[in-house]
Structures are given as C-alpha cells and as structure tokens.
Design a protein around this ligand. Structure first.
Ligand code: ZN
Length: 493
C-alpha cells in the first residue's frame, strides 16, 4: 500500500485540496522571504521552518522539489533604516542577507534552491510592468506606474474581501498627493527620490514597488504557473492578492495552484512583529535554546494555528528533545555492532511510518507527525526496559534495529535528530551548566573521587561513593553509573 495522497489547505478554496503536481513527480514552491532591514525574529523563523518542513516532507515523499525563497532587498523599510544609520541602502540589505543566512544555518533551515534578490531581478520586473501597461492593466502617472485593480475582475479572490468596502474604508486620505485612479491601485514602479537606490526604466529612474518583485521572481525561476506558494498569514492581503493580480493580468494564466499560509507567533498575547516592537530575535533565542528544540516547539502546533511563545515553552521543548536524544543514545548503545540474526519482529515497525504519513498527508499536520514519532519512542523505551515484555534479546534487538531505521526516516522528514545523541546531550549539559551557574570543574573532581572510591570495591568505598552522589544531587547534578565509569547530567527540576 502506498502512502496516502497529500492534501493541502488552499487559501483560495478555503478547503483541503489534493496536491496535484503540474509535472508528475515534480513540485515548484515559492515562499516570500525576509525583508532584510534588520535581524530575523522568531515569528518569521517559524514561518520559514514550516515551509522548510513542507519541502523536507515532499522530498521524503519522492518529489523533486524546486524551492525558491526570495530576499526583499529593495524596500521602504530598508531605505528608512539606511537613512537612520547613514549606510547605503543596498549595502545595508546585503549585510542583513548575510546575517539571515548565518541565522538560518544555525536553525539548520535547508538552503533554498534559489534565493533571488530584487536588486538582481530589475530587468524582469520592468518587463512585467511593460506588459501590464501594454495590456491596459497598469498606467503611468508622473514617474510612477500603478496597477489598476478594477481592470482585474478577480481581484480579492484570495482574501475574499470586497472591493467597494475596501475603497469606502480607504477614504480620501489615500488619494491625497497621489495620482491614482482608485485608492486601492498600488505602485508597480516608484519614481526615484534623492538618496534612494534607483534603476533606469521606460518611465524614468526609479525602483519597483513591493509586490511586483515576487511576481517577477516566481515567474523567472518557476514559470508563469507553479504548484505551491507560501508565506505568513499577514501576506494574504495586500501582498499575495496583488501578486495574483499582477501575474495573472500579465500572463493570462493561473499564478499558482495552492496557496499556503502560516499562522502567527504570539508573544504575551500579541502577534510578534517588528512594527509592534515585541520581537525576539532568532539569534537571541538560539543563545538560550537548542536549534532542534526550537524547531520542535514550532512543529508542536499546526502551521496554520497561532502559537504562543514563552521561555517556558522553549524550555519544555528542550526537555522533550533531551528525552528523545537519551532514548536514541540508549537504543544506539544497545544495537551498535551487534548481530541479532534474522527472524520475526515484535509488532510491525512500519506502522509508525504509516501513521506519520497519514498525519503529514493531511495538510502537513506537524503535531500529528510528532505524535507518531512519540509513539515510536514509547516503543523504543518499552523494548529497552529491563522489565520489557519482550524477553528474547534477539527479537528485541532486531525490532530495535528496524524501528531505528523508521525513526531515521521520520526525523529526516521533520529536520530533527541531525546530531549524534552523545554530542547533543553534552551540548545540552553545557547550556544548563551556564544557565544554572554550576561549577563544572568541581563536578569533574567529584566524578573522579567517586570512581576512585568505587574502585576500592569495599563497604567504605561504596559508602563514600553514595555520599558523593548525595552531595552532587544537592548541587542539582545527577551522577550515573556506566560501563566507562561515572557520568553526569543536570538533574531535572
Ligand atoms: Zn512575496
């Protein structure tokens, strides 16, 4: 039996719709990337992690995915930020592209196949605007060019808004000082202003408006019609609505088949956004928490739902990751280099993979996928427990080997467990040592003293060993016995 058909909640239809690639076996996905005027915050990081996981899952399902995520490096906010620091706008944007890439690498986001920039797509942008003007969907006004929304009858089909209501709501304010025919007409090209970056065009020197860049970049790298378009919920209107209008008015073709939108990340009850000022920078979060724990936290809620951020939720996610990695370490130690022979298995390990696919095929239900992973880890712990109901060591061993392979597949599709368990656990301990102000050198001395006491193999030595263990516990440190001697970790609070 093959894996189930993938269904995606399409914002256009407001329903889950089967994903049908334009070309069998291939998928093109475009995700609106960051506007690079400052550091990426974890609200944006959540959106990018969601689509990163979508891409991973689609590849795991065998699709050849072409993943495009742009950089908005020409924008009002960038110009404003550059004016504030006296920096060149293009240089400031280039600097924050590098910072974004460093942060994305720390979060271990897959590099997209193409990461185009507005500043490198100007000829294509100008070409689309020329086409729109030639088709009568856009008009020049001074050195600006505007898209005329009334010329595109399907305008607002994505956001399901009403044009007349919006115009009534816009009021006269939006008309003042702007030579637009309708308040909702939006800029495709803006005439150059002193000190701003500009490029030559048939309408004089200027720069592109915000929305047109994505129409140009998606067409350039994925074609005029492609499979999936993603972004945060806040982009539905006006950004994606305008992308659709421009692209479809220019090409006469459907821009894309499925529109996916990710929910907000809330901080203390409000959407995290730079304009509200309540942001946690990704790099600051990654100082405190492991990258995979942050990913686990993001994936623990459906991508379309709101997710409430708190320090406690991050700490809980890391505790959960510790459980996973401790389990993997135990399993790996149990099976490494051993031959358990051939024969039957305990239960069907593939059932966890089937459940994972069932959940993920249903509009990328990340929490459901994590649920399948958790059930698999429960089975790991059952089979490695000294009181396991499976008494046959070879039967348990063979089953663990098969389950380990299933865990590897699921983890790969979710972007988890990319580190060696021992290395992850040590890094976790290092973070906790710092966070709790524990004297690691003293602990090492206690470990050595305890090993020496136990080596005596007499009652006095064992008593001393127990005393040291109790002393460590009082410091918040748990000493554990292993074949290689005493090891330690930070005790759970
Ligand atoms: Zn976009």
């Amino acid at each position: 039996m093959g894996a189930p058909e993938i269904r995606v909640f399409n914002t256009l239809q407001q329903a889950k719709v089967p994903l049908q690639p334009l070309t069998p076996g291939k998928l093109g996905i475009y995700v609106c990337g960051p506007t690079v005027y400052s550091f990426v915050h974890i609200g944006n990081a959540r959106t990018f992690t969601s689509f990163d996981t979508v891409v991973r899952y689609l590849r795991y399902r065998g699709f050849e995915v072409r993943y495009v995520r742009n950089y908005t490096d020409v924008d009002d906010k960038i110009i404003k930020a550059a004016a504030a620091t006296g920096e060149d706008a293009i240089a400031l944007a280039a600097r924050f592209v590098r910072e974004f890439e460093a942060d994305a690498a720390r979060l271990r986001l897959l590099p997209p196949d193409v990461s185009p920039k507005v500043s490198e797509t100007i000829p294509e942008i100008v070409a689309i605007i020329e086409k729109l003007v030639a088709r009568g969907a856009a008009y020049q006004s001074g050195g600006d060019v505007y898209f005329e929304v009334r010329k595109y009858p399907e305008y607002l089909k994505l956001s399901k808004r009403n044009l007349d209501d919006l115009i009534a709501g816009a009021g006269e304010r939006e008309l003042v000082g702007e030579a637009k025919r309708d308040p909702l007409d939006f800029a495709l090209w803006k005439a150059a202003k002193p000190g701003e970056p500009s490029w030559p065009s048939p309408w004089g020197a200027g720069r592109p408006g915000w929305h047109i860049e994505c129409s140009a970049m998606s067409a350039k790298y994925l074609g005029e019609t492609f499979d999936l378009h993603g972004g945060g919920l806040d982009l539905i209107f006006p950004h994606h609505e305008n992308e659709i209008a421009q692209s479809e008015a220019a090409s006469g073709k459907t821009l894309c088949n499925s529109w996916m939108h990710g929910g907000f990340l809330d901080l203390e009850g409000a959407k995290m956004s730079k304009s509200l000022g309540n942001v946690v920078r990704l790099r600051d979060a990654l100082e405190k928490v492991d990258a995979e724990a942050l990913r686990y936290f993001f994936l623990s809620t459906h991508y379309r739902q709101q997710l409430a951020f708190s320090d406690k939720s991050l700490a809980d996610a890391e505790t959960r990751m510790e459980y996973f990695y401790e389990t993997l370490k135990k399993v790996d130690e149990r099976i490494a280099g051993k031959d358990f022979g051939t024969g039957p298995l305990h239960g069907d390990p593939q059932r966890f993979l089937a459940e994972f696919d069932e959940q993920m095929s249903d509009d990328f239900n990340f929490p459901g996928g994590l649920g399948a992973l958790s059930a698999l880890f429960t089975e790991f712990n059952l089979l490695t427990d000294p009181k396991s109901p499976v008494k046959d060591k070879n039967l348990a061993g063979r089953t663990l080997v098969a389950l380990r392979e299933v865990a590897r597949k699921i983890a790969g599709a979710l972007g988890l467990f990319e580190l060696e368990p021992a290395a992850w656990l040590l890094a976790r301990r290092d973070r906790q040592v710092i966070a709790r102000g524990i004297d690691a050198k003293k602990v090492q001395e206690m470990v050595a003293a305890r090993d020496a006491a136990r080596a005596a193999k007499n009652p006095a030595g064992y008593a001393e060993s127990d005393r040291i263990r109790a002393e460590a516990r009082a410091m918040g440190v748990e000493l554990m016995d292993s074949p290689a001697g005493t090891t330690w970790k930070i005790a759970a609070v």
